[in-house]
Design a protein around this ligand. Structure first.
Ligand SMILES: Cc1cc2nc3c(=O)[nH]c(=O)nc-3n(C[C@H](O)[C@H](O)[C@H](O)COP(=O)(O)O)c2cc1C
Length: 238
């Protein structure tokens, strides 16, 4: 058994080129360098109207005027695209559901490849809640979800022949936040939500503490601006 010091590269600190994958470690470290990653738990409908639900930790928001959100999916080993990508493109809609600590078992369960004809929300024992502006249902059990309209898919080539990475971008047209997670000060009570996040390997974390960093002299007006503007006022009109 090698001890940890054995992993050091001769001649200096770790440097490797992903094209060569020459890190010498038992597990490629790349995905462990961008952590923690939020998890988009994406619900979609197939053209036949079957509910699909799957987690994607390559996910984030893009701007807020208007808000966009993206998730990224690789293809299956045989080159088939994932159902979430196909459905979002074919129907033009998807829902982002927040993965939380309380729902962690169901999140992982829905990542198992299931045949396209199976309702994955029902199979995971979750409750479909009708959305207001799009057809795919939301996961009732999660406190935060976004209704999204498919905007664009960016297809990135992969080195493995016949495979690709699809970055699916959706415009967020509806935001649901459960009353129980809005604090008396009007902020989202993140400790109550306890979002689940992906680390490298099979490791996860969840948000169990928060702190504020407010540079001296930062006014509440600045904080409102940084948060995306005043309630009921579109930025252009401010
Ligand atoms: C926590 C978690 C995060 C995941 N993140 C991704 C991801 O970012 N990209 C991806 O292609 N697959 C990811 N997967 C695997 C997919 O969820 C899995 O391939 C799923 O079966 C896709 O379902 P679909 O074909 O119904 O879209 C993740 C799995 C888990 C458990």
């Amino acid at each position: 058994m090698r001890n940890t010091a054995d992993w050091r590269q001769p001649g200096g600190p770790m440097f490797y080129e992903p094209d060569k994958n020459d890190h010498g470690l038992p597990h490629a470290p790349f995905k462990s360098c961008i952590v923690p990653r939020p998890i988009a738990w994406v619900s979609t409908l197939s053209k036949a109207g079957i509910v699909n639900l799957a987690p994607f930790s390559q996910c984030n928001i893009l701007g807020w005027d208007p808000p966009y959100i993206m998730f990224s999916a690789n293809t299956h080993h045989d080159g088939r695209r994932k159902d979430s990508v196909i459905n979002a493109e074919e129907t033009g809609e998807f829902v982002f559901n927040m993965a939380t600590w309380a729902l962690r078992e169901a999140v992982v369960l829905t990542s198992h490849i299931m045949e396209p004809g199976i309702d994955e929300m029902a199979a995971a024992g979750l409750t479909p809640e009708p959305s207001r502006l799009v057809k795919p249902p939301r996961v009732k059990e999660t406190p935060i979800s976004f209704e999204c309209r498919h905007h664009q898919t960016l297809v990135l080539p992969c080195d493995t022949p016949g495979t690709a990475t699809s970055m699916v971008v959706g415009r967020v047209i509806g935001v649901h936040i459960a009353d129980e997670v809005i604090s008396p000060t009007g902020k989202i009570d993140i400790l109550k939500v306890r979002p689940l996040a992906r680390m490298g390997y099979l490791d996860y974390t969840s948000v169990t503490d928060i702190f504020e960093l407010r540079p001296e002299g930062t006014s509440d007006r600045t904080v409102i601006g940084m948060s995306g503007g005043k309630a009921g006022v579109k930025r252009a009109a401010e």
